[in-house]
Design a protein around this ligand. Structure first.
Ligand code: COA
Length: 159
C-alpha cells in the first residue's frame, strides 16, 4: 500500500468505494467524457491498479488519481482535482505519490496520455520529470491529438 503523504492538511491514501460519490462529482466537472462509477469500481477491483485520493482536513476528497502498474511499466489513467482546490499543489502531490509507489515497486517508467490543449496538466507533468515521447493524432472524441509522456524512474532508490 502507498505510504500516507501529507501536505499541510492534505492526506494521500488508497481510494475506497466510500469515496466514489465525491470522486464522481469531481470527475463530472473535469472531463467532457467522464468515467462512470463502474469504471472506478473496476479500478478498485483490479490487482494492477492502486487508485488514490487526496483528502483535505475534514476528510473530503480534494482530488484523485488512477494509476496501474504492469510489470515494470506504470501508467496514470486518470487524475483530477476539485476545481475549487486547483493550483494549491494537490495534483502534484498525487502524481508524486504515484511516482514514488511505482519507483518503490521497481517500475522503469510511468507513462500517460494528455490532450494537446491541456496546458495545466502538461506543465504539471513536465515539472515532475515527464518528457513528451510522441503524439497520437486525433485520439480524443473531438479530434484532438493526445501527447504521450513518460517519466523515467531511477530504480536505484534515489530520485
Ligand atoms: C491538471 C490538474 C490535475 C492539476 O492539478 P492542480 O492541483 O491544480 O495542480 P498543482 O497545484 O499541483 O500544480 C502543480 C504544477 O502544475 C502546473 N500547473 C497547474 N495548473 C496550471 C495552470 N492552470 N496553468 C499552467 N500550469 C499549471 C504548474 O507547473 C504547477 O506548479 P506551480 O504551482 O509551482 O506553478 C487539474 O488542473 C485538473 O484536475 N484538471 C482537470 C482534469 C485534467 O485535465 N486531468 C489531467 C488529464 S491528463
Amino acid at each position: 500500500m502507498p505510504r500516507m503523504t501529507r501536505l499541510d492538511d492534505i492526506t494521500v491514501c488508497p481510494m475506497t468505494e466510500a469515496d466514489l460519490d465525491e470522486v464522481l462529482a469531481i470527475e463530472s466537472v473535469s472531463y467532457p467524457k467522464p468515467w462512470a462509477r463502474e469504471h472506478f469500481l473496476d479500478e478498485l477491483g483490479s490487482p494492477y491498479a492502486f487508485p488514490l485520493v487526496a483528502l483535505n482536513g475534514d476528510g473530503r476528497v480534494a482530488g484523485y488519481i488512477c494509476p496501474v502498474l504492469l510489470l515494470d511499466e506504470g501508467e496514470i489513467r486518470n487524475v483530477a482535482v476539485d476545481p475549487g482546490m486547483r493550483g494549491s499543489g494537490v495534483g502534484r502531490l498525487l502524481v508524486e505519490a504515484v511516482l514514488e509507489e511505482c519507483r518503490s515497486r521497481g517500475a522503469a517508467y510511468v507513462g500517460l496520455e494528455v490532450r494537446v490543449s491541456n496546458q495545466a496538466a502538461r506543465a504539471l507533468y513536465r515539472k515532475l520529470g515527464f518528457v513528451e515521447t510522441g503524439v497520437r493524432p486525433k485520439y480524443y472524441e473531438n479530434g484532438e491529438d493526445a501527447v504521450l509522456m513518460e517519466c523515467p524512474l531511477d530504480r536505484s532508490g534515489e530520485s
